[in-house]
Design a protein around this ligand. Sequence first.
Ligand code: C2E
Ligand code: MG
Ligand code: MG
Length: 333
Amino acid sequence: MKERYEKLRTHFRKGFFVDDKFIILDLNSGILTVDNFMIDVQTVYACLNFAYGESKVRRQGDLVEFYNDLNDENKHRIEKLHVIRASIMQDYQGFYLLYQPVVDAVSEKIIGAEALLRWRNDEYGIVPPDHFIPILEKDPLFFKLGQWILKTAILGAKELMKKYPDFIINVNLSYTQLEKTNFLDMVFDTLEDTDFPPEHLCLEITERCRLLNIDMLKNIIVNLRGRGIRIALDDFGTGFSSMEIVKELPFDVIKIDRSFVMKIEEDMKERTFIKTFAEVSSTYGAKVCVEGIETAGMRHILLNYHVHSLQGYYYSRPVELDKLLQLDTEKNQ
Ligand code: C2E
Ligand code: MG
Ligand code: MG
C-alpha cells in the first residue's frame, strides 16, 4: 500500500492532461490495519478519518498509519474506541465529568471550574479525553455526547452555585460541534431546560475552530455572547494562528496553555512570552487565565502580569463534584 501510494503521489504531482488542461494534484491518505471484525464500521471510519485528517493538516499528504508507532496498542485502541463509541449509544454509560477549580489570581478564591470529560469501564480503567476525543469528535454521535456534557456540567454548576453564588462553569467544545446547524438551539434549549443563567456559562473553544468558516464562527460567537454566555479561547499560544484568531473573534477570556508556564521560574525568556501574551489579550479586551499552575512560585511571578485567574494542580487536580463541594482551601473559608 505504501509503495503504491508513493507511485500514485508521484504520478499526480508530475501532472497529467485532462482534455487540453494540465492538472497537478496533491493527495492525502490514511491507513489502518483491522484484524478484529467485531469492530463496527463507524469506529473504523472514525479512525481512518482521523489518520486522513492528520495526513492533510499536519503531514503534507504523507501516508499516515493510524497510531503506527504504538503498534501493540493499536489494536487495543481501536477496540477501546469501539466500546467507548458504543457507550454513547448506551445512555453515556461510563462517561462522567471531573471539575477543576479556577481561582482569582489575587484573592485565590474559587470563581469557577472547568468540566473535564472522563470515561471508565472495568476492562480499560479510566481513560483520559485525549485518548478518544480527537478521534471521535468527527463522528456524528459526538454531537449527542457534547449535549450530554453541557447538560451534566450545568447541573453540576447549579449545585456549586449554592456554595459559590458567582460561580462560572467552563465547558470545552470541539470545533465539530459548532459546525452543526442546530448547535445554537442545542445550547439555548439546554439552558432553558435546566433554568440556568447564561452569564454563568463559559464555553471554551480552541484555535482548531479556524478550520471552520470564519464568518459562520463569528456569527455563532456573537449570538452566544448576545445571550450573555462567555467565550474563552483555550490553549492560547500552542497553534500557528493564535494571534490571528484573537484579532478576528471577540473573546471574554484567553487561557494561556501550561506549556508556557512550566519553566517560568527558571527561565526569564519564558516570562517574556507570558507578559506579551497577557498584554495582547488585554489589548483585545479579554481577561487572562493561566493554566498549569503547579507551585506557589509560579503564581507569584504571574502576579506581575495582567493575569486574572489561575488553574492548576497547585490549587486542585480535576475532582468529582462532591469533592469540589467539600474542597475548602483555607483561602476559601
Ligand atoms: P484543556 O481544556 O486545556 O484542559 C486542561 C488540561 O490540563 C486537563 O487535562 C487538566 O487535567 C490538565 N491540567 C490542569 N492543571 C494542570 C497542572 O497543573 N499540571 C498538569 N500537568 N496538567 C494540568 P485533561 O482533563 O486530560 O483534558 C485534556 C484535554 O481534553 C482538555 O484540555 C480538552 O482540550 C479536552 N477535553 C476535556 N474534556 C472535554 C470535553 O468535555 N469536551 C471536549 N471537546 N474536549 C474536552
Ligand atoms: Mg479547556
Ligand atoms: Mg487548555
